[in-house]
Design a protein around this ligand. Structure first.
Ligand code: GLN
Length: 473
């Protein structure tokens, strides 16, 4: 069932559906689409019981704003009493002791949570092939990957297994899988959404955001999960606007920047053509379009993979076999317990990043890599601040290619890293970005168009995304 939340609400009002019947339908799709491996766990009974409770609230007129919405959650976000594996063997049996703030807020708004979705281990990857529990398949072509790391969430939405899903985006992990699968994916401004209860990968980059069929549904979810949270000191005390109100259906008066560095040779011609069609539609809708430059674009992948691995090496030090998670058996002493627990518990990509991150933070190389990376990060952020002096948002491709074949890049980490070329900049700068479907290539694989906005101006990128949806691309 692929229904927007607007349709669901209309069906609830007319009596054509109940929260229970909607939840059952999604569970049915999840069951029949098992081979996609989108979910790591499903809460069928709990979800139905909760849906019945919400139906009672609907009757009594006391239901919250998300009544009728069924949400899937990336398995890196804590849901009390359920496993939070992060796609890793090291946390395979780890049960979350508390709810993440985003979960609390979804539940308080009467959303039903249906299950936890597959992902690259600790959100490191662009294809879900790094999951310890097998990759997720692209519904349109099962030999291909759905993107990553939040590939399970993207497929859950695309294949009608939920209304919306939460993912996390450290360097593109919401936007890139949204683009590969053909759904909407929004990475909010850093600090817009609380990270409390999110298992950290790179703390100064990570953000939680929604996948949805439409920009409007993404707006609805964002409004519920956004806002200051005392338990996350990096969550910002900036008022949360009514994002749905910002969806005016037009783009008159909006100035759109086209960063020329994002249209270089690496870009697949079909994607270029798709995005250019989107730009024409914006012009026809009355937006002003002008070319801008982000001169430090060439350094984004390097800066990202230096800084994100540094933070990861520090964040993942806690998985030592002693405090929680997997512990190696039959060890002789403490050192062997640490080394074997980590060697056996982590997958190859996670180990690669821990080593890279430890290296760039080491006394001898800190200045050459980590400190230099921080400086480049600032230059990249300044590029955006400069561009935003003359434009309201930027339009770019989301990814240089459409969904690639499983196995194609897994043995060449650098190739895999390069698929993040258009997305990591937003995380380095802390700005919001959204990917929306924008046509298909010759094989029928979805093309993603990315809109990047000013800090805390999710409203504008949602408005532009919503307008483009009406253009029938
Ligand atoms: N693909 C990127 C990486 O592997 C981004 C991951 C993410 O956003 N979590 O780091």
């Amino acid at each position: 069932m692929t229904k927007t939340f607007g349709r669901i609400k209309a069906d609830l009002r007319s009596g054509a559906a109940s929260c229970e019947s909607i939840t059952m339908e999604y569970l049915g799709s999840a069951e029949s689409g098992r081979r996609y491996n989108a979910f790591l766990s499903l809460f069928a009974e709990k979800a139905v019981a909760r849906a019945r409770e919400i139906d009672r609230k609907l009757k009594a007129g006391t239901a919250g704003p998300l009544a009728g919405m069924v949400v899937a959650v990336k398995d890196v976000i804590s849901l009390k009493g359920e496993r939070v594996t992060c796609g890793s063997k090291i946390l395979e049996d780890f049960v979350a002791p508390y709810d993440a703030t985003v979960i609390e807020r979804l539940i308080a708004a009467d959303a039903v949570i249906i299950g936890k979705t597959n992902m690259d281990e600790f959100a490191m990857g662009s294809s879900t092939e790094n999951s310890a529990f097998g990759r997720t398949k692209l519904p349109q072509d099962e030999d291909r990957v759905p993107g990553g790391s939040s590939g399970g969430s993207a497929v859950a939405v695309k294949a009608g297994m939920c209304t919306t899903a939460l993912g996390t985006d450290t360097g593109g992990s919401i936007r890139q899988p949204a683009s590969f699968t053909g759904v909407v994916g929004l990475k909010p401004t850093y600090g817009r959404v609380s990270r409390y209860g999110l298992v950290a990968f790179a703390s100064s980059f990570d953000q939680i955001g929604p996948f949805a069929l439409t920009a409007r549904d993404a707006a609805t979810v964002l409004r519920v999960i956004a806002g200051r949270d005392e338990r996350d000191a990096t969550s910002a005390d900036v008022p949360v606007p009514d994002y749905e109100k910002a969806l005016t259906g037009d783009v008159r008066g909006v100035t759109i920047g086209i960063p020329k560095e994002y249209y270089g040779e690496a870009l697949d011609p079909a994607i270029r053509a798709g995005v250019e069609k989107g730009i024409e539609a914006l012009k026809a809708g009355g937006a002003k379009v002008r070319e801008v430059s982000l001169p430090h674009t060439d350094y984004t992948i390097a800066a990202y993979y230096i800084l994100a691995t540094a933070e990861a090496s520090s964040n993942l030090a806690r998985y030592d076999g002693a405090r929680y998670g997997y512990r190696a058996k039959d060890v002789r002493d403490l050192t062997e317990m640490y080394t074997r627990s980590r060697s056996e518990g982590f997958g190859a990509e996670v180990k690669r990043r821990i080593m890279l991150g430890t290296y760039v933070l080491s006394a001898g190389y800190y200045d050459a890599y980590y400190r230099k990376g921080q400086k480049v990060r600032r230059l990249i952020q300044n590029d955006f601040l400069e561009a935003f002096k003359s434009v309201d948002c930027l339009v770019t491709p989301t990814s240089p290619s459409t969904a690639f074949k499983a196995g194609e890049k897994i043995d060449d980490p650098l190739q895999m890293y390069l698929s993040d070329i258009y997305t990591t900049s937003a995380n380095l700068a802390g700005i919001p970005g959204i990917s929306i479907p924008c046509g298909a290539d010759k094989q029928g694989l979805p093309i993603g168009l990315q809109i990047l906005g000013k800090h805390f101006d999710e409203a504008t990128i949602l408005r532009v995304a919503d307008f483009l949806e009406t253009c029938n691309m």
